[in-house]
Ligand binder design. Structure first.
Ligand SMILES: *[C@@H]1O[C@H](CO)[C@@H](O)[C@H](O)[C@H]1NC(C)=O
Ligand SMILES: *[C@@H]1O[C@H](CO)[C@@H](O)[C@H](O)[C@H]1NC(C)=O
Ligand SMILES: *[C@@H]1O[C@H](CO)[C@@H](O)[C@H](O)[C@H]1NC(C)=O
Ligand SMILES: *[C@@H]1O[C@H](CO)[C@@H](O)[C@H](O)[C@H]1NC(C)=O
Length: 393
């Protein structure tokens, strides 16, 4: 860059005026340098990104104002179906020793009438449940409630390459889940979801999901998810995770949900290099994205915070402690350079050795306060209309 000392021979009597000219010149030069820089960096992708960024900030503000008004005038918008379902709760006890209404969780689910309109709380007694559970779309409002002092475990070991007992075909990742929830308004409290399939390094056929959540408006409190490759399939919908423990190696949180993970503990058991998230935002799932707040990342191996499964993959970490297990580069384009321009990988007020920005990929975004705001509260998942106090059962 030019500095004032590069113009030493200015006539004395022109000094004042010249200096301000020089200032102006320097200012213009730096403006055009900035402009050129942004042009070369930018292109279509960057402009789209900037457009989206300001839209996102504006949209968040407008929503916040709308909600504040609704609360002030007593017109808080609560999900009406949910409100009604909570008025008349049903409780069912599940106990493997026969002391409850059912011995297995699936039997209890099977007794719920289709298109159920009431909250059904399965009080799951301590124990190991070796079950493969599917909650169909027609069974909304199901709660799995475990005991915080002796958490029940639901365990399985299917992988993508396991053979289906129905048709002899491979299950694929989607059907490998120990617990699969297709229904809306699912809640789990104090439950351990597990897939124990043996695993070497991430490879074809070894995907083994512990939980797949495909229903909308699902909340998980004090739960744990144990697996290796593809532990938690955060498939689609609005989801909230609070005080959860999630363990895996390759892509262990993946899908295109719009989810907030708060106070969670993410534990890598990668042997070499792997990725913590594989978020699949693309043209068909534009509102999706994972936001992690107040969480901890630790464990073994080396992990990217995320790798771009979808071409517009979106993941944000805020106020999160990152141990040295996080690779200095932070993020991976999954071998597709084009994605660097369209993904949205943000970090905000994180700490720890893995949060060091010095060697981050240049396309990682260090968010400003206003850019971070839309991601750092339950408003990110429209929580005001459907998140209930989990202690109020
Ligand atoms: C449940 O709802 C679905 C979709 O609205 C409908 O097709 C189905 O017939 C209903 N089933 C029962 C048993 O009411
Ligand atoms: C998977 O679980 C089943 C049922 O518990 C068990 O029989 C089988 O041996 C397990 N397979 C492996 C590879 O651990
Ligand atoms: C996704 O949308 C962008 C912008 O609207 C467009 O340029 C791109 O071609 C789309 N990609 C696909 C795969 O449809
Ligand atoms: C979850 O666990 C914490 C302690 O870690 C406890 O304070 C909280 O009440 C629990 N939440 C629920 C919904 O049981």
């Amino acid at each position: 860059m030019l500095t004032l000392s590069d113009f030493p021979q200015l006539p004395q009597y022109h000094n004042m005026a010249s200096i301000s000219h020089i200032h102006l010149l320097l200012f213009l030069l730096s403006l055009s340098a900035l402009y050129l820089e942004s042009l070369s960096l930018s292109s279509e992708g960057e402009r789209e990104y900037q457009k989206w960024l300001s839209w996102n900030v504006e949209n968040h503000r407008a929503k916040a104002i709308f909600e504040a008004k609704a609360v002030a005038t007593g017109k808080k918008v609560v999900d009406e179906k949910l409100r009604k379902a909570e008025l008349h709760k049903v409780r069912i006890r599940v106990s493997p020793d026969g002391g409850g209404d059912f011995r297995t969780i699936q039997e209890a689910i099977d007794c719920i009438p289709l298109n159920n309109t009431r909250r059904v709380i399965l009080q799951i007694q301590p124990g190991i449940y070796r079950e493969k559970i599917v909650i169909p779309r027609s069974l909304p409002f199901v709660t799995f409630l475990g005991d915080s002092n002796d958490t029940p475990t639901i365990t399985g070991n299917d992988t993508a390459s396991s053979v289906s007992q129905k048709d002899g075909m491979p299950l694929k990742t989607f059907q490998s889940a120990t617990v699969a929830v297709n229904a809306n308004y699912f809640v789990a409290i104090n439950i351990k979801f597990e897939n124990t399939a043996p695993h070497d390094i991430g490879s074809v056929g070894e995907q083994a999901v512990a939980l797949r959540i495909s229903g909308n408006k699902a909340a998980f409190y004090n739960c744990s998810f144990y697996g290796t490759q593809d532990t938690l399939y955060d498939h689609k919908g609005l989801h909230y995770f609070n005080n959860c423990f999630i363990q895996g190696s390759v892509d262990f949180i993946f899908g295109y949900g719009r989810s907030l993970y708060e106070n969670c503990y993410l534990n890598s058991i990668a042997k070499k290099v792997a990725s913590l998230t594989a978020q699949k935002r693309n043209n068909a799932s534009l509102s999706s994205g994972f936001s992690f707040k107040n969480s901890v990342i630790t464990g073994s191996g080396q992990v990217y915070l995320g790798r771009a499964w979808g071409d517009q993959s979106r993941v944000v970490f805020s106020y999160t402690f990152m141990d040295k297990v996080v690779l200095p580069q932070g993020w991976s384009n999954w071998g597709d350079q084009k994605r660097q321009q369209s993904v949205y990988y943000g970090e905000y007020k994180c700490s720890g050795p893995g949060a060091n920005q010095e060697r981050r990929v240049p396309w990682a975004r260090m968010l400003t306060d206003e850019e971070a705001e839309p991601f750092t509260g339950t408003h990110y998942v429209d929580g005001n209309s459907w998140l209930l106090n989990p202690l109020n059962l």
